[in-house]
Design a protein around this ligand. Structure first.
Ligand SMILES: Cc1cc2nc3c(=O)[nH]c(=O)nc-3n(C[C@H](O)[C@H](O)[C@H](O)COP(=O)(O)OP(=O)(O)OC[C@H]3O[C@@H](n4cnc5c(N)ncnc54)[C@H](O)[C@@H]3O)c2cc1C
Length: 417
């Protein structure tokens, strides 16, 4: 039985309180819906819970990188999203002093769009529907407040309009994004991680938009950047994200400063801001984040899977959901819930993402300074190979094989000169 709407809650809840599942996925963002889709497609009995009824908004830049596009194609939702999204073919980086470099977004498959921008209200609802079409049950609003283990199961407690409901499953997948409350309650996280912060708003009647992702290091706090991502020929998602080292700047203040600085003021001369800017934190601590606990796997941003340089995480959310579903299937079909079986999931995530995150943290440490970015952008304008590397970094790839040290980076720069 599937349920998409809260009106049928009562009937469904009576059934579900006693029902038991193979996997309960908590959170129906990209990570949770991807997990639910891939797990249900493998024949597992899956319950997907979210505290919000859908469609719902999620504060985001809405940018889908080539990695995300590939995953959406794999999930069978790309064509529907392509019809409602905005295709982006190039990116432009503006240095702190304002000079720019631009290049096509590299992508391997000419049949796929290089990148897309799809408002999260639309994207997340498509992904959730994909999960239910594959066989997962969806229940919302179901705010999960507790996760407890019994001998051979997990029991999830969710709140719905003041009522508490209990669900049982062989295991749970936590996909609650940057919200850490459940991870702390369930003993997965012991301390509150440090976060990035970001704020964004939608604008219409924006001038000078084209099929370009604009990343601006001018008039944005360092380390961090501002973005202009078109969602239509004259509308855009505009925002600022940064790593909060300067305690005196709030995300709201950084956003206001960015949109009122000369470059954006020119683009927004006749524009209308559709609603107040919204801010939200980002967790990019994958290198130290726990990814499992007994009978629990953690996916997406709940596992710190947000790029520490670019702040994008939808692609890694989808990929980690796919990996978690494979491991959940193995654990459930073999009945092996040993630490080694959980650890295998962690190892699979580290094999996929560790090098990328180490690279991005190193670059963030030494390159996110105004003078370095000024030099890099100027050099990139003269060197195609540097522009390609920059594109890979901007799009969440690893352009240098092996460990990146400051020495290697300086030598690469000297060669580029
Ligand atoms: C301003 C901003 C701009 C960004 N721009 C981009 C971008 O352009 N491209 C990109 O790739 N990434 C971007 N990101 C990052 C991206 O938004 C996240 O990486 C992505 O949403 C993570 O997906 P997720 O499924 O892990 O978590 P989320 O998308 O956060 O989904 C978590 C879900 O869990 C639910 N939930 C939480 N707690 C509970 C609970 N206790 N019980 C039940 N349900 C619960 C929530 O309602 C939500 O639906 C941006 C982030 C911000 C803040």
């Amino acid at each position: 039985m599937r349920c998409d709407c809260s009106e049928r809650w009562l009937a469904v809840s009576l059934l579900l309180v006693s029902a038991s599942y193979d996997v309960i996925v908590i959170g129906a963002g990209p990570a949770g819906s991807a997990t639910a889709h891939y797990a249900a497609a493998r024949g597992l009995r899956v319950l997907l819970l979210d505290k919000s009824t859908f469609p719902r908004d999620k504060t985001c830049g809405d940018g889908l990188t080539p990695r995300a596009v590939r995953m959406l194609a794999d999930m069978g939702v790309l064509e529907a999203l392509r019809a409602v999204g905005y295709e982006v073919r190039r990116f432009a980086v503006f240095a702190p002093r304002g000079h720019a470099t631009a290049a096509p977004i590299p992508h391997a498959d000419p049949m796929l769009p290089p990148a897309l921008v799809v408002p999260r209200r639309i994207l997340d609802d498509h992904l959730r529907q994909r999960a239910t079409a594959s066989g997962a049950e969806f229940v919302a609003p179901a705010h999960v407040v507790a996760l407890e283990r019994e001998q051979d199961s997990v029991v999830i407690t969710a709140e719905h309009n003041g009522r508490r409901l209990h669900y049982r499953a062989a295991m749970a997948v936590i996909a609650t994004g940057a919200s850490t409350r459940l991870l702390l309650q369930a003993g997965v996280l012991r301390t509150q991680p440090k976060v990035m912060v970001a704020s964004r708003a939608y604008f219409e009647r924006v001038r000078d938009l084209s099929d370009v992702w604009m990343l601006r290091f001018d008039h944005a706090p360092m380390p961090g950047y501002g973005w202009v991502f078109p969602i239509a020929p004259d509308s855009a998602n505009i925002g600022v994200g940064y790593f909060k080292e300067d305690r005196h700047t709030s995300a709201h203040h950084a956003f206001e400063r960015f949109v009122h600085a000369p470059p954006l003021r020119a683009m927004l001369r006749e524009a209308r801001q559709i609603e107040a800017a919204k801010g939200y934190p980002l967790r990019d601590d994958f290198l130290t984040a726990p990814t499992w606990a007994e009978r629990v796997l953690v996916v997406g941003e709940a596992a710190g899977l947000v790029n520490p340089l670019t702040g994008e995480g939808i692609d890694y959310a989808l990929e980690s959901g796919c990996i978690a579903a494979q491991h959940a299937h193995t654990m459930i079909s073999s009945g092996d819930f040993s630490p080694a079986a959980h650890h295998a999931y962690d190892q699979a995530l580290r094999a996929r993402f560790q090098a990328l995150f180490e690279f991005c943290w190193t670059v963030r440490r030494w390159a996110m300074r105004p003078w370095v970015l000024d030099v890099l952008v100027a050099l990139a304008n003269r060197r195609t190979d540097l522009r390609t590397k920059l594109a890979q970094v901007v799009l969440g790839g690893v352009p240098i094989r092996g460990r990146l040290t400051l020495g290697r980076a300086v030598r690469a720069l000297m060669r580029a000169r």
